[in-house]
Design a protein around this ligand. Structure first.
Ligand code: THU
Length: 137
């Protein structure tokens, strides 16, 4: 992906973070996906008074893309309120892995705008995937 695409995706993640619905944790997360259709899909975390019903920002962004017909994503930018580079949770890593194209890159952002690039294998080594289901004995 180009520098310009990275910049656009980064800004989209920061804009999405501002929309987070976080009355309980007050921890805002924003995500933006660059999908195979060339579009950007954004997401923020959406909490619930029944805490387990909370949905992560990355999942909102990926599921928005997939529910529009997208099946492959090339990049996902994510930013949180933590001072460090954003770290997607385990369930988000699995959800991303289902739709990650071979060239997928995670743009883990820091609130100051610094970016750490990670491949899918860095993010979820030994991922369980469709191949795992197909290798039944
Ligand atoms: N959260 C995300 O949105 N993404 C992650 O990868 C980790 C956690 C949200 C869920 C909850 O609203 C808040 O951060 C604290 O866990």
């Amino acid at each position: 992906m180009t520098e310009k695409q990275q910049e656009i995706l980064k800004n989209a993640a920061f804009n999405a973070q501002a929309l987070a619905y976080v009355p309980y944790s007050k921890f805002r997360v924003g995500a933006a996906v660059l999908a195979d259709d060339g579009q950007i899909y954004t997401g923020c975390n959406i909490e619930n008074s029944s805490y387990g019903a909370t949905v992560c920002a990355e999942q909102v962004a990926v599921l928005k893309a997939v529910s529009t017909g997208v099946r492959k994503i090339h990049a996902l930018a994510v930013v949180t309120d933590a001072a460090e580079f954003a770290r997607p949770c385990g369930i988000c890593r699995q959800v991303i892995s289902e739709f990650a194209a071979d060239d997928f890159l995670l743009l883990a952002l820091r609130p100051d705008g610094e970016v750490l690039l990670q491949s899918m294998v860095d993010l979820l080594p030994g991922a369980f995937g469709a191949d795992s289901l197909n290798s039944r004995t």
